[in-house]
Every structure is written in structure tokens, then in C-alpha cells.
Design a protein around this ligand. Structure first.
Ligand SMILES: [Zn+2]
Length: 290
């Protein structure tokens, strides 16, 4: 089966799509290349990237969820906020991810999946022998302001915790594009157990937006590929509305927890009122001191 597709965003940036339409970005400078996120782990993302560039390659993960970190086991070293090494139910574990994906992709085989990255696998708190193979991957600690100078183009790591404690955006400085990843997008998930409260998330978005003169538009990881920079303002405004209790609060199916989507969506997962920003949230994660 075909695992990846690539399209050019600009001369120096590729958008790579995996089998669950999760977007990774490959930035190619004159000296080095940077892969931002590694997809859900189906297929060999490292081999695919090598069809696009043969420059020395660095890999950075915006956060630790399976659909971003799943391919990390194909690389010797990746950059990631160290808080993202704490296991969560949606961390990448090869067998668990395969179980999630196989009904939608009947030709997918377990051997197509990326081996578990050793450090994440050994930290699995359940103690279950989930991993059949694991490979050593060095996780290098991503920190605020970390620069990746690629030759003619620079990527800068800007933290925006909320979706998870160690979620980062990546600014492609010379291209004036901000990859917000899962930090802020058209359907921001703020309901996982390790998500921050809406109040804290709002503060972090406001801090991010203080730099908004540095970018012209946004790149996203899913379900749509791009958004205008005003989406961050929309999501800040939506946080205010959630805290005031004035959103649509439509129940959203998620395990046994009461979870709500703030604004009604259409079948493309976009807001019916045409505004980009949306949030799925829990009422026990509104304010830090409740
Ligand atoms: Zn995520």
C-alpha cells in the first residue's frame, strides 16, 4: 500500500501526508533538512524522506501523540519536550496503533508499523508486554527558542502548552509561516487527561500571539492543512466563551468522560458558522483552581 504523499508548500517546504491524513512537514535548506513530526508510524517515513532529500536530516516532534511521534522509531535521534516522554493512552505503541488503524486500512500489516522507540516503550506504566520490538532512539530535549539553522532557512521552536504539557509550534522564520500543529487548530483537543485547563491554554495562546508579527499564515497537522493567522485570535475568543459558558457545548463521544465541542461542525469537521477555530473540552478542566 502507499503510505505517504508529498506536495510542495513552498520551494523549501514539503507537506507529507500519512495514511490517516496526518500532515508532517519537511523543510529543506541549503545545508540540512528538518522533518517536523513523523506521522502515525505506518510505513517507513525515513525511507520516504530520503526520496525527497539526501541532506543531513534532523527530526523534531511537536508533541508525543501517536499520530505525530509514531515514526520516531525510524530515526536514531529526535528532538522533543521531555514532558512528552511521560506515557499517555495515546502515545505510540506499535501494536496498539495497529489495532486502531487496521479496520480503516484492511491491507495494513503489523510488519508495516514502525518499531517502538525504546524510551517510550520502557516507560509504559501498565507493565504489559505490548512491544514486540523496540529500537533505541535518543530523545534530545526541545526547549523554548531552540533554533534549527538549515542554510537559508531557520526553524524556531515556540512552546504553546495546552493540548499536552510539552506541545510546541515551529516557526519557519524566513518563510513567515507558523506550524501550530495540534497546539491550535480548527478542532483543538483539550480533553485528554494531561491537557492543561482552558484558562491556562488561553494564557499560552495570548503569549504566542504576542509574536504574531513574525508570521503571515498558519500550517496545520489536521484535519485541514492551512488557516489564516487570525485563527489564533478566534481560539482565544472561544476560550473566553467556554469560560463564560456561552458556547454550543455539543456532547462529543470520548470513552466514558463527558466531553463537549464548543461550536457545531459540518461533515468536514469545520465550524458551521465559517469561523476556523474550535475546541473540544471537559468541564473539569476549565480553570486551574476549580
Ligand atoms: Zn495531539
Amino acid at each position: 500500500m502507499e503510505f505517504f504523499k508529498a506536495e510542495k508548500v513552498t520551494d523549501r517546504i514539503y507537506r507529507i501526508s500519512g495514511i490517516i491524513t496526518e500532515y508532517m512537514y519537511l523543510v529543506v535548506g541549503t545545508d540540512q533538512a528538518l522533518l517536523i513530526d513523523t506521522g502515525c508510524g505506518a510505513g517507513d517515513i525515513h525511507a520516504f524522506v530520503r526520496t525527497l532529500t539526501d541532506l543531513p536530516l534532523t527530526v523534531v516532534l511537536t508533541h508525543g501523540h501517536y499520530d505525530h511521534a509514531g515514526g520516531a522509531g525510524r530515526f536514531p535521534e529526535v528532538w522533543l519536550d521531555s514532558r512528552e516522554l511521560e506515557p499517555t493512552p495515546i502515545h505510540y505503541l506499535k501494536n496498539a496503533t495497529y489495532e486502531k488503524l487496521k479496520s480503516g486500512h484492511p491491507t495494513l500489516r503489523l510488519e508495516d508499523m514502525t518499531p517502538d522507540a525504546g524510551e517510550t516503550a520502557t516507560k509504559d506504566p501498565s507493565g504489559a508486554a505490548i512491544c514486540t520490538t523496540s529500537v533505541p532512539v535518543t530523545f534530545r530535549p526541545l526547549t523554548p527558542g531552540k533554533l534549527f539553522a538549515l542554510g537559508g532557512i531557520t526553524a524556531e521552536a515556540i512552546p504553546c502548552p495546552g493540548h499536552t504539557p510539552g506541545t510546541y509550534c515551529i516557526l519557519l522564520v524566513e518563510e513567515r509561516l507558523l506550524l501550530t500543529g495540534d497546539a491550535c487548530h480548527s478542532i483543538s483537543y483539550l480533553f485528554f487527561d494531561n491537557a492543561l485547563t482552558i484558562e491556562e491554554y488561553r494564557q499560552n495562546l495570548i503569549a504566542l500571539n504576542r509574536q504574531k508579527d513574525r508570521w503571515d499564515s498558519l500550517l496545520l497537522s489536521h484535519p485541514i492543512a492551512t488557516a489564516p493567522k487570525t485563527m489564533i485570535d478566534e481560539v482565544i475568543h472561544l476560550c473566553d466563551q467556554i469560560l463564560a459558558g456561552t458556547t454550543d457545548e455539543i456532547p462529543w463521544p470520548w470513552q466514558d468522560k463527558p466531553v463537549y465541542i464548543a461550536k457545531a461542525i459540518d461533515d468536514r469537521m469545520l465550524r458551521q458558522d465559517g469561523v476556523y477555530g474550535n475546541i473540544i473540552f471537559r468541564k473539569d478542566k476549565l480553570r486551574k483552581h476549580m
